[in-house]
Write a protein that binds this ligand. Structure first.
Ligand code: GDP
Length: 422
């Protein structure tokens, strides 16, 4: 049987608004929790005289397993609808989420924004919505959750819906195209089917909205870009870089260039899953061999592209960044490590050109002396050694970066323009 199309789903929203409960509920309702475990929970619940609480038992166990760091089936967080299979990628706030999103380990194709009806829009609701936009998540579903704790009130739902719509509009989502659903992750309202508790809501339940998402098209019409993860020397073959094709198509016989070194040669072979292929497309993890490339010409963080349109190497670039956390203030001269595709490069902040309102993107201040957590800004950056990066408007997959320092993600950003190294 052909595998269903796959989507990565991020579940975002303010702490305590119900994200984990929501994921647990989705897994429970879609049968992602193995039957023998449900039977076990049911039996345990019955013993304690709480027969209807099977779902609560799933949640407790998920939490317990998480705390103990044990990996069991349900913690893979995969669930299926009849159309797709989903992997729930980490939520923002969890360690390394931003970095994983940017370096492509878990690029989300869509996000569910969970907003608790009793609370409405809170600080992290705004932060996550802005971050999703920066990270290039274009499909969003809004669950106005904990409706059970708001008396299933249509008025309250409409109030929160209006608040969220305004927020979405400010960061550039078209709120009228975004589905809103009144849910209770706890009670299971409007998750798989319409709930009798919200007779005033006539729209689709969550699973139908998930089915209505579209799989993003493969970026195979963009120029070829393969960030190098590693390069091996294999006797009898030579140098074999490995990496994932981010954009474009690579064909056997094609002339390619590795940047920043500029080494150029003809593709002799392409290998994936121990088989030889004539071409590789976006998403393929490949090893490939190029005639005339030595082991000093290519290393992790380099990018392979067509000889006639090689990857850009930045002398400087401008970026739009969002500062997520920083113990004090960020000023010109700051030199943290930038994680961009497979590259890790120390880069210096040369100028803070504009401070932006993180909600609206409007300019708040020209040439501010510093920026701090919660700020968004347009900045000029100079890599301390040659580094490949592309404007997001041209090749989005190679234009996003995370800024790391002191073991944490300080900021996330995207490249707006590049001054090419001569
Ligand atoms: P997270 O921090 O966003 O992952 O939130 P959790 O899923 O841990 O939920 C936070 C608290 O809200 C927990 O006590 C949940 O039991 C509760 N909660 C989650 N969803 C609902 C809901 O739909 N209704 C009600 N009443 N409580 C909920």
């Amino acid at each position: 049987m052909a595998e269903k199309p796959h989507m990565n789903l991020a579940v975002i929203g303010h702490v305590d608004h119900g994200k984990s409960t929501f994921v647990g509920r989705l897994m429970f309702e879609t049968g992602a929790v193995p039957a023998h475990l449900i039977e076990k929970y049911k039996a345990e619940a019955k013993e304690k005289g709480k027969e209807s609480f099977a779902f609560a038992w799933v949640m407790d166990t998920l939490k317990e397993e998480r705390e103990r760091g044990v990996t069991i089936d349900i913690s893979h967080k995969r669930f299926d609808t009849d159309k797709y299979y989903f992997t729930v990628v980490d939520c923002p706030g969890h360690r390394d989420f931003v970095k994983n999103m940017i370096t492509g380990a878990s690029q989300a194709d869509a996000a569910v924004l969970v907003v608790a009806a009793p609370d409405g829009v809170m600080a992290q609701t705004k932060e996550h919505v802005f971050l999703s936009r920066t990270l290039g998540i274009n499909q969003l579903i809004v669950a106005i959750n904990k409706m059970d704790a708001a008396e299933y009130s249509e008025d309250r739902y409409n109030e929160v819906k209006k608040e969220v719509s305004q927020l979405l509009g400010m960061v550039g989502f078209k709120a009228e195209d975004v589905p809103f659903i009144p849910t209770s992750a706890f009670e299971g309202d409007n998750i798989t089917k319409s709930s009798a508790n919200t007779p005033w809501y006539t729209g689709p339940a969550l699973l139908e909205c998930l089915n209505n998402l579209t799989v993003p098209s493969k970026p195979d019409t963009l120029p070829l870009r393969i960030p190098v993860q590693d390069a091996y020397t294999i006797s009898g073959i030579g140098t074999v870089p490995v990496g994932r094709v981010e954009t474009g198509i690579m064909k056997k016989g094609q002339k390619v260039t590795f940047m920043p070194s500029g080494a150029t040669g003809e593709v002799k072979s392409i290998e994936m899953h121990h088989e030889e292929w004539d071409q590789a497309v976006p998403g393929d993890n490949i090893g490939w061999n190029v005639r005339g490339i030595g082991k000093n010409d290519v290393r992790r963080g380099d990018v392979c592209g067509p000889a006639e349109k090689p990857p850009s190497v930045a002398e400087e670039f401008t970026g739009q960044i969002v500062v997520l956390q920083h113990p004090s203030a960020i000023t010109v001269g700051y030199t943290p490590v930038f994680h961009c595709h497979t590259a890790q490069t120390a880069c210096t902040l040369m100028a803070i050109n504009k401070k932006l309102d993180p909600k609206s993107g409007q300019v708040k201040e020209e040439n501010p002396t510093y920026i701090k957590a919660g700020d968004a800004a347009i900045v000029t950056i100079k890599p301390t050694r040659p580094m490949c990066i592309e404007p997001v408007s041209e090749i989005p997959q190679l234009g996003r970066f995370a800024i790391r320092d002191m073991g944490m993600t300080i900021a996330a950003g995207m490249c707006m323009s590049v001054t090419q190294k001569k």
